[in-house]
Design a protein around this ligand. Structure first.
Ligand SMILES: [Zn+2]
Ligand SMILES: [Zn+2]
Length: 173
């Protein structure tokens, strides 16, 4: 495992050669922070590393210099604890809060995130929406109140019933 929730196999190139390359450590660190911020049940990497040939293929339609070819990007979808999906706007908002420098909405549920900077890429910032073609989004922040994992209030509850005592922790929704 690369980290608590992510494995190298999830980042393998989707071409016929299944190329692998180690993702940037900052990418994995921020994906873990995003996982925590969303209190996600899971974050699925739908596309991680892309070799230059696969990136430029008609199927992908990217460029040989795409952030995915530099191991700094992931396309993701995220599941809530109740197994429904987070919408792309919420994922993008949380991604901005944890400090991703490249964020792009792809579909209603899928988001591109990357950790671009002037050393590893041609620019150090991009917030966009591939659905609308808007490449100049200032912020995805709309005031959603995130409750990161580990910060939820817990309450110990004890119930007496039929000469038995039951107790346990209730966690805030
Ligand atoms: Zn490949
Ligand atoms: Zn992408």
């Amino acid at each position: 495992m690369l980290s608590e929730h992510f494995d190298l196999s999830e980042f393998t190139c989707k071409c016929s050669k299944h190329c692998t390359a180690t993702p940037d450590k900052e990418l994995i660190d921020k994906l873990e922070k995003l996982h925590n911020m969303l209190d996600a049940k899971s974050i699925i990497i739908t596309s991680g590393y892309r070799c230059p040939e696969h990136s430029a293929s008609p199927e992908v339609g990217g460029t040989v210099n795409d952030a995915h070819t530099r191991n700094i990007a992931a396309d993701i979808i995220a599941y809530k604890q109740d197994n429904t999906q987070y919408d792309a706007e919420t994922i993008a908002e949380a991604a901005e809060l944890v400090g991703f420098t490249g964020i792009g909405i792809i579909t209603a549920y899928a988001v591109h995130v990357d950790v671009r900077n002037k050393t590893n890429y041609v620019n150090d910032h991009w917030y966009g929406n591939e659905r609308t073609g808007n490449d100049y989004i200032k912020t995805f922040i709309r005031g959603t109140k995130f409750v990161p994992r580990g910060t939820k209030t817990k309450m110990k509850v004890t119930i007496e019933y039929d000469d038995h005592t039951f107790s346990g922790l209730l966690e805030e929704d």
